[in-house]
Design a protein around this ligand. Structure first.
Ligand SMILES: Cc1cc2nc3c(=O)[nH]c(=O)nc-3n(C[C@H](O)[C@H](O)[C@H](O)COP(=O)(O)O)c2cc1C
Length: 277
């Protein structure tokens, strides 16, 4: 199968998926002798139009797991913003050392419905956006070796593939419901309406948070206000240069505490390659 371009599409509020997309696409493009194009769909303006691909493109998608699936506010764009035209795709999700559950399955189904042909995929551990203590330092050297192994397996597959129909089997169920966050007491904790608070003694109104918010929800005239929806991605909290943003919602803090307490054991990545039908 002749590949003429490698593209990497990623949604990455706190940077994990950007790193994975850059590394994997660099490996693939170098081995294939093809140019590489990075498509960052994190900013709202990047999701205004459609992206169309061809059979000779290899398209790597790297998205985060949110509540065991793809981010629900991103899903409609994933379903409408891409035209695959038969392009082979690599379906990758990251997850914050709890579980990826059904996110990879949802990505596989969504890409197929968009007209891509997923030929390989994987789920890799990355530091949890909610706390640097969960999945600390991941992806680490062992994870990068697994990500490179997925790249190698993808290249091997492309060498022998005649372009015929393929099926990528991945764990999970795209139709399963979202994970319900639990708290320190083991009970469900709803924090959908929670939004970050701002320490105005630290904030110097630089506006970085306004630019970083992937759903454009922070008021540029008063950065302490978040009139729009909050997807809890933690871009503003993790990337504020002055550490002025924080969460103080009790239910959210209880969930984060549970993750910090119960999800410190090392979770393993998985990856797989398609089989000809
Ligand atoms: C709202 C939200 C929900 C999340 N849900 C899960 C989850 O269900 N399981 C898990 O292991 N990690 C979960 N994570 C962690 C992210 O999948 C992980 O931090 C991801 O690598 C973030 O990608 P980014 O750094 O590119 O933004 C969640 C993170 C956020 C912000």
């Amino acid at each position: 199968m002749k590949i003429e371009r490698v593209c990497a599409v990623y949604f990455s509020p706190t940077g994990n998926n950007r790193k994975i997309a850059a590394k994997l696409s660099t490996q693939l493009a170098a081995a294939l002798g093809a140019p590489k194009k990075l498509i960052d769909i994190t900013p709202p303006r990047a999701r205004e139009g459609k992206y169309e691909f061809q059979e000779t493109d290899l398209v790597v998608f790297v998205l985060p797991t949110y509540a065991g699936k793809l981010p629900n506010k991103l899903l409609p764009y994933m379903q409408s913003g891409f035209v695959g035209n038969g392009a082979p795709a690599v379906a990758v999700v990251s997850f914050g050392n709890r579980a990826f559950q059904n996110s990879l399955a949802e990505l596989n189904v969504t890409l197929s419905a968009d007209g891509f042909r997923p030929i390989s995929g994987g789920a890799f551990v990355a530091e949890h956006a909610f706390s640097p203590a969960i999945g600390a330092g991941r992806p680490d050297a062992e994870d990068w070796a697994e990500i490179a192994a997925l790249g190698e397996a993808t290249l091997d597959f492309l060498k022998s593939w005649d372009g015929g129909p393929v099926t990528l089997e991945v764990p999970g169920d795209a139709k399963a419901p979202y994970y319900v966050p639990l708290g320190l007491d083991g009970k469900p904790k709803a924090f959908l309406p929670a939004k970050p608070n701002t320490d105005m003694e630290r904030c110097n109104r630089c506006g970085a948070c306004v630019k970083l918010c992937p759903v454009g929800s922070i008021n540029p005239d008063n950065v302490a206000e978040t009139p729009g929806i909050c997807i809890k991605c933690h871009a503003c909290i993790r990337l504020c240069p002055l550490g002025a943003k924080f969460m103080d919602d009790e239910n959210f803090l209880s969930h984060r505490g549970m993750l910090e307490r119960d999800h410190t054991d090392r979770k393993q990545p998985v990856w797989m390659v398609a089989k000809p039908e």
